[in-house]
Design a protein around this ligand. Structure first.
Ligand SMILES: *Cc1c(COP(=O)(O)O)cnc(C)c1O
Length: 392
């Protein structure tokens, strides 16, 4: 077994060896700027286009509907600000979810300060939006619906195809932050009526700092980054050739393995969930047991703090997260756990374990063995637990 047991694949993933190997060449040998005319530059132009095709194929888009960006956050910012900017004459209302990633939520808050009106839809106890709530929120001046494909904290998968159909019926543009979903569960932008989709390479075993925005043909969108004519005048900046090549290979490989990997991870996930819930009293699973990402486990333990669990897991070589990576370090409980109705104290005692391609059953068994004594030790030190025992 590895010294480091990495159960934080929703935060980022280890880069696959094949990806690293292929990328190396584009730092040291074929380093030309794709806009230049000599051979090592023109070669790079071609490899960038090949990667564009690989990305398009993974989500059933056309090659010229893929635009490279510096990652999921940029893609989300571009989609929301770009559409707001291009369609503000039609209206200034945007619908999104209260449980979106901060790349969407903080972008929407920024737009509020610029006079846009944002509806943050609630979700049910499983973290899923109710279609009726969405329908009721639609107004004449709604220009954009932005709903994440799958949630990064509790793994809840949204009814994307139904939302796509409703958006189309009402003539509203539909964007989805699919950063947690791409490569992990099936996506078809045509069948699901998706107009814009954000993805990020480091969530599927590719390098960090590279991602893409799919923009359906015919959608108007102002650039976020102004400058040169790259990406057909829509996203300036010299192409991140090594990153783009790496993302292309990573997405092709993970798409090929998706079916078998979904099965394997679902088995490991359910073994981990059952192992934890059966051996630790006063614990609960956050999110739906079935409708969740294959690799996502999110549990809450009463009377203790998630942060303390993380520190003790770290001493056992286990990397995990409590809530989202972005909120750790702050004392606010996760906005997602609060949105599914957890009271503050239960939201504080939560633990997220996210599995990926490098995890094994042996590692899952190790966590099932190591976690219960950690929770017991922390509860023995907890005044809340003492009080609970007294009142029992
Ligand atoms: C990781 C993540 C992002 C941000 O992507 P970066 O490439 O790290 O900027 C956005 N949305 C979701 C759902 C994510 O999980």
């Amino acid at each position: 077994m590895n010294d480091i047991i990495y159960f934080d694949n929703a935060a980022t993933t280890r880069v696959r060896p094949e990806v690293i190997e292929t990328m190396t060449k584009y730092f040291s040998e074929s380093y030309g700027n794709p806009s230049s005319i000599y051979k090592i530059a023109q070669t790079n132009k071609a490899v960038v286009e090949k990667a564009r095709e690989q990305v398009a194929k993974a989500i059933n888009a056309e090659k010229n509907e893929i635009y490279f960006t510096a990652g999921g956050s940029e893609s989300d910012n571009w989609a929301v600000k770009g559409i707001a900017d291009s369609y503000s004459e039609k209206g200034k209302h945007i619908i999104t979810l209260s449980i979106e990633h901060h790349a969407i939520l903080h972008t929407c808050e920024y737009l509020e300060s610029k006079g846009f009106d944002i509806t943050y839809l609630p979700v049910n106890e499983f973290g899923v939006v109710e279609i009726d709530e969405l329908k009721k929120a639609i107004r004449k001046d709604t220009i954009l619906i932005s709903v994440m494909f799958a949630n990064n904290e509790i793994g809840a998968i949204q009814p994307i195809k139904e939302i796509g159909a409703i958006a189309k019926e009402n003539g509203i543009i539909f964007h989805t932050d699919a950063v947690q979903a791409v490569g992990h569960i099936p996506i078809d932008v045509k069948e699901m009526n998706i107009d814009l989709l954000s993805l990020s390479s480091h969530k599927f075993y590719g390098p960090k700092g590279i991602g893409a925005l799919y923009i359906r043909k015919g959608i108007k969108i102002k650039p976020l980054i102004h400058g040169g004519a790259q990406e057909r005048n829509r996203r300036a900046g010299t192409e991140n050739v090594p990153g783009i090549v790496g993302m292309g290979i990573a997405i092709e490989l993970i798409t090929k393995e998706m079916k078998s990997e979904m099965e394997r991870l679902t088995y490991l996930r359910d073994k981990l969930i059952d192992g934890i819930l059966n051996s630790i009293p006063n614990s609960r699973l956050n999110g739906d047991k079935e409708k969740r990402l294959p690799g996502n486990v999110n549990v809450s333990f009463e009377f203790i703090e998630g942060e303390s669990i993380l520190l003790m897991l770290d001493m056992k070589g286990i990397c995990a997260s409590s809530g989202s990576a972005c909120t750790s370090g702050s004392l606010d409980p996760s906005h997602v756990l609060l949105a599914i109705g957890l009271p503050h104290e239960k939201a504080h005692g939560s633990l997220r374990l996210t599995l990926g391609m490098f995890n094994t059953e042996e590692e899952v068994d190790y966590v099932i063995r190591e976690l219960p004594p950690i929770v017991s030790r922390l509860r023995d030190m907890s005044p809340l637990y003492e009080e609970y025992l007294k009142n029992k």
